[in-house]
Design a protein around this ligand. Structure first.
Ligand code: SF4
Ligand code: MSK
Length: 666
């Protein structure tokens, strides 16, 4: 592999990569020789295998691997498995992989929560109101109980759900009643969190479940153990422990790295260590140590979803999304990159090793060659955090040739479902009623969630172009994960972007000072969207179930298995999902039709697939309009069609600082 290939502005042969900041950094001499995923895409000798891509390569036993072609008799598995069985099994295993990532995250979170309630960590139970609300929701009477005792009761109840064998998960009882009845009827109500993953892995083992529909039912149930189980538990308990997000101003993009501070980036997904690092970074002793080596202090910045966790609650900046992780290192200005779990490319290790940067792994689940391992334990969280920061301080004087780009954008984040309730509903009548009313009266056409990853095989900023088109058509957009960072870079998480919104959406959001795109958190926090949709359905006026709402989700640049698990729990919950750039069962028309057509009759929602921003926007707006018609809200609303000139004219809302504090109406 030619590892010397580097970016060069104006060099037509350089690898393609999204985002100006990435190109800027990779053009600098300090980045010379760094190999990013963009280079590796270019340098690979072969395109992805079509059997693998379409879900029809089976390697579930040693008679294979078998490549299957649907409808060709000689091209079935040695065991006789056909394309539908194999595609369904592969899809199901993707769901199991994605769900298990959230499940293990959720389990770790509950254990940290319990340790905190017992006084064994430096954290405290910050949001007592949410603790009491959650206790009530779980059937625990909170009155008169000490907050730590109550937290132990809540944590114990929830940790037991991981090993539960029968019954149903407690948070699934939050869903609209008709939805719960549907799940019970179809047999997709999750019984226990771990059980659903294990059963799905068993059923997709060679020679077990060989009816694609039956496999996909269990995939749906497994995804529910993620969305209404572990992910919701992780989000709710993180909020109780570290504080429920509220609107907060901060910045995103590589330019948040600082010349005169010790730069420490936290990458992965878990908020627990990042919170300890944030606490330690403000410790006067640590700051004094940083000053001794000539730095002004510690600059803690996020990458991927750990970044989203600390951005939502603490307003700490994000240096980069998934596609920027190696580029952040190629600045040569990062002293330490701390990683925990998920979405950490192995490529960060050689990239870090080209510089003075120390890569530190912190989870026994995720070690890397070329990295230092410092095991994180909650009960000595601050000691671990201080040790990491001291190592970073020690590296600061060794910073060599480096380049910090100017790119950074002002954003307003922190839109938990409770915040949206307050912002749009007002202090004295906090509810989703005003949002529903504005949808019913047509000021807001509907709600769209743009979630998930960015992906080195997609070169266009689809999240950004799509978000612009949706808001111009009066669709309220919520975002999570790396999609949120992408639209943040483009200035759409700033109230100044309201100039791009359609008149109805602008009128509603201008009144409360909100951006047109609301950042709801990390990929685990997609459960916040389930809760928001549930509230909308329960308030009334837009039907009685999630499937009645003019609401839709999409993941235009999916990369991670988690995105498939998330998409499936949205569909099972009644919210349609458009995926891109491809769908993982495309090798079987039978299974793809089942996902994209038959699921409508089961769940009232389907999967769909699109590639360009325009195709996404058309499908999503059509679906929203269809729901509006079914609700009798079909007053004609002119559709704004975008052409290239309009896109150019819209450009970026700029990165100027404005007073962007959101406020509720009452
Ligand atoms: Fe081939 Fe069947 Fe084995 Fe899969 S389970 S590898 S299709 S023989
Ligand atoms: S980090 S899962 S690339 S959103 Fe959550 Fe980003 Fe996707 Fe990882």
């Amino acid at each position: 592999m030619d590892t010397s290939k580097r970016f060069d502005k104006g060099n037509g042969g350089c690898p393609k990569i999204q985002c100006e900041a990435n190109i800027d950094v990779l053009c600098q001499s300090c980045a010379s020789g760094v190999v990013t995923a963009a280079h590796r895409v270019e340098l690979r000798a072969t395109e992805p295998c079509l059997f693998g891509k379409g879900g029809t390569c089976c390697r579930n036993c040693n008679m294979g691997p078998c490549q299957i072609i649907e409808g060709v008799d000689q091209m079935i598995g040695i065991c006789g498995a056909d394309a539908s069985t194999v595609a369904a099994r592969n899809f199901a295993r993707i769901v199991a992989g994605g769900a298990s990532a959230h499940i293990d995250h959720g389990r770790g979170l509950v254990m940290a929560f319990l340790a905190t309630a017992k006084g064994e960590t430096p954290y405290t139970i910050k949001d007592e109101d949410k603790l009491r609300e959650t206790a009530l929701r779980l059937g625990i009477v909170p009155n008169g109980k000490d907050k730590n005792d109550l937290a132990i009761e809540v944590g114990t109840l929830l940790i037991n759900e991981f090993g539960q064998q029968s019954g149903r998960l407690l948070f699934a009882g939050r869903a609209p009643k008709p939805r719960q009845e549907l799940w019970a009827r179809l047999g997709v109500m999750p019984r226990g969190i771990d059980r659903e993953v294990v059963e799905l892995m068993h059923r997709t083992h060679m020679g077990v479940d060989q009816d694609y529909r039956n496999i996909l039912f269990q995939a749906a149930r497994c995804s529910m153990a993620d969305g209404w189980g572990a992910s919701m538990i992780a989000t709710e308990l993180s909020d109780i422990m570290f504080g429920r997000p509220a609107p907060i101003r901060t910045k995103v993009n590589i330019g948040v790295l600082k010349e005169d501070e010790v730069n420490v980036t936290v990458h992965g997904h878990e908020p627990v260590l990042a919170e300890a690092l944030a606490m330690a970074a403000n410790d006067p002793e640590i700051i004094a140590e940083a000053k001794k080596v000539g730095a002004r202090g510690i600059n803690l910045a996020g990458v991927c979803c750990t970044g989203n966790e600390i951005l939502m609650r603490r307003g700490l900046p994000i240096a980069g999304s998934f596609i920027q992780q190696e580029v952040v290192l190629a600045t040569g200005a990062v002293e330490v990159m701390v990683v925990d779990v998920q979405c950490i490319m192995q490529g960060v290790s050689p990239a870090a090793n080209r510089y003075h940067t120390e890569l530190i792994t912190t989870s026994e689940r995720a070690k890397m060659a070329g990295a230092t391992h410092i095991q994180f334990e909650e009960h000595r969280a601050l000691d671990v955090a201080r040790e990491i920061l001291r190592r970073a301080i020690e590296r600061y004087p060794r910073r060599g040739e480096h380049y910090i780009p100017i790119y950074q954008a002002d954003v307003v984040a922190g839109f938990s479902h409770e915040t949206i309730n307050y912002i749009l509903g007002g202090r004295f009548r906090a509810s989703y009623r005003p949002l529903n009313d504005n949808i019913a009266n047509g000021r807001i056409r509907g709600v769209a969630a743009i979630v998930g990853c960015d992906n080195y095989r997609v070169f266009d900023e689809i999240h950004v172009e799509l978000a612009k088109e949706l808001i111009a058509n009066d669709v309220l957009v919520v975002v999570t994960g790396c999609a949120a960072t992408g639209v943040g870079r483009a200035g759409l998480l700033n109230p100044t972007a309201l100039t791009m919104a359609g008149p109805g959406l602008r009128e509603v959001l201008e009144a409360v000072g909100c951006p047109p795109v609301l950042h709801m958190g990390s990929c685990v926090d997609n459960s916040r969207i389930l809760v928001a949709l549930t509230e909308m359905a329960k308030i009334g006026g837009l039907g009685s179930d999630i499937s009645d709402l003019p609401a839709i989700g999409c993941a235009p640049q999916w990369m991670s298995e988690k995105a498939v698990a998330i998409g499936q729990y949205f569909v099972t919950s009644g919210a349609a999902v458009v995926f891109g750039p491809n769908f993982p069962t495309s090798g079987s028309r039978v299974v793809t039709d089942y996902c994209m057509k038959d699921m409508q009759n089961l769940y009232g929602a389907t999967w769909d697939v699109a590639q360009t921003p325009n195709e996404f926007a058309n499908k999503m707006i059509d679906k929203i309009n269809e729901k509006r018609r079914a609700l009798g809200l079909d007053k004609k609303k002119e559709r704004v069609l975008f052409d290239m000139a309009m896109r150019r004219e819209l450009g970026s809302p700029g990165a100027a600082l404005h007073d962007v504090g959101c406020h509720g109406p009452g």
